[in-house]
Design a protein around this ligand. Structure first.
Ligand code: FES
Length: 181
């Protein structure tokens, strides 16, 4: 998505009341006009909200003296940085070479058949957000996926759907994870 489109999409998002106190606390400890802190700061803010709410981004732009184009250019470069609230569980499906040759894209297609999500999408019930990864560090167990905090290896399309079927919206809330690690 183009930078301007990304920014426009963000402005269009109807956000509920966002508590900006955690953002202010994070920004308080960063020197003014300090662009070198941009990515770590975005990661910290996302760790609080699970995504990057537009009002928090307004504060950040003002404090770090970063333009909207620059900010959303950076955000769009890192797929782990999210401008909309993700589903309850993030599926990180590995598309690295070892996983790809063992059918990761077929698994991705199967997930799309069932949940109608492509990489970057969240399903309509907000249960899952699908992301891809370049390598999850355990190629011997390819194909690999991480779902929420759980790691799954040697998966196949059917097994993946079976695993996904075990995740429910009314499960106990999972702990926050750093999606921009
Ligand atoms: S390529 Fe998938 S775990 Fe390494």
């Amino acid at each position: 998505m183009e930078t301007n489109e990304t920014a426009a999409a963000t402005e269009d998002i109807e956000l509920e009341e966002v508590d900006l106190a955690p953002t202010e606390e994070i920004l308080k400890n960063i020197p003014d006009d300090s662009r070198g802190h941009l990515i770590p700061t975005l990661q910290k803010i996302q760790n609080v909200y699970r995504f990057l709410p537009a009002p928090a981004m307004e504060l950040l732009m003002e404090r770090l003296n970063v333009s909207r184009a620059e900010l959303y250019g950076v955000i769009s470069f890192y797929p782990q940085l999210l401008i909309t609230e993700p589903g309850k569980y993030i599926i990180k499906l590995c598309y690295g070479t070892a996983c790809f040759v063992k059918g990761a894209s077929i698994i991705g297609d199967k997930i799309n058949d069932c949940y109608h999500i492509r990489p970057g999408d969240t399903d309509s019930t907000k249960l899952f957000t699908l992301q891809t990864a370049s390598c999850l560090g355990n190629c011997g167990a390819a194909p690999m996926a991480i779902i929420g905090d759980d790691t799954h290896g040697t998966i196949d399309p059917e097994k993946t759907l079976e695993i996904l079927g075990g995740y429910k919206l009314d499960d106990a809330p999972e702990t926050e994870e750093a999606t921009a690690s």
